[in-house]
Design a protein around this ligand. Structure first.
Ligand code: DX5
Ligand code: ZN
Length: 216
């Protein structure tokens, strides 16, 4: 069954604990979006917030770094309590990204890579061949919640699912951006294993029902 990862980007940060409680028993993972104002034109939350979330909940923390040269911060995010850390293929050189993935291995933190909409599925191949826990496909331009799902990314989800099956079957395929009950069905059909949803979860009057609708 598909996993659902509500994104805290859509919460009221003055009530973060309450908003975590609202999803903790009906969702699978908690998705934490970290933005630096450079890699994406927005700034969100960082290390102190992740540390507080870690102390507050046992949920699996799926941390999505949208920052330049993420390797600089891998040790700190690992220590702050990420269960899985993913960063963008576009955020540094292949050598630096490889070193950051190796560092996650040494620290026993699950590792993922993220592809912006313009990055082709093939770019993930060298990383899948060496082993990954997650590959994340953006279905909006990263930086903001509440955007419209890019349906032209659906073939890329299927292509990555095929590559995963061939090269790294234990790797999960995650989709992030504009996921709602309707687009979730398309993502599941294309082979997604994990769906991130911010506005479709936190904008809903009945959160458990919204999460059930994303599962299909
Ligand atoms: C966007 C973030 C997403 C965002 C999704 O850059 O990576 O995780 O919170 O928000 P929705 O589900 O509203 O598109
Ligand atoms: Zn995200």
């Amino acid at each position: 069954m598909v996993k659902i990862a509500p994104s805290i980007l859509s919460v009221d940060f003055c009530s973060l604990g309450r908003d975590i409680d609202r999803v903790s028993s009906c969702a699978d993972w908690l998705h934490v979006d970290v933005m630096d104002g450079l890699f994406v034109p927005n700034i969100s939350v960082g290390l102190p917030v992740l540390k507080s979330i870690r102390a507050y909940t046992d949920m699996f923390l799926d941390v999505h770094l949208m920052i330049e040269r993420p390797g600089r911060y891998v040790p700190a995010f690992a220590e702050a309590g990420a269960d899985l850390l993913s960063f963008h293929l576009e955020s540094d050189t292949p050598e630096a990204l490889r070193a950051a993935l190796d560092e996650l291995d040494r620290r026993g933190v699950k590792k993922g890579i993220v592809l912006k909409p313009a990055t082709p599925a093939e770019a993930a191949l060298p990383y899948l061949e060496k082993g990954l826990d997650l590959v994340l496909i953006m279905t909006v331009e990263p930086g903001f919640g509440g955007q419209v799902f890019m349906a032209d990314q659906l073939p890329k989800i299927s292509a990555l699912k095929n590559y995963v099956n061939q090269h790294c079957p234990s790797c999960l395929v995650e989709v992030d951006g504009g996921v709602n009950a309707e687009t979730a069905a398309l993502c599941r059909e294309a082979g997604a294993d994990v769906l991130v949803a911010g506005s479709a979860v936190y904008g809903a009057a009945d959160i458990p029902a919204a999460i059930a609708a994303l599962r299909g």
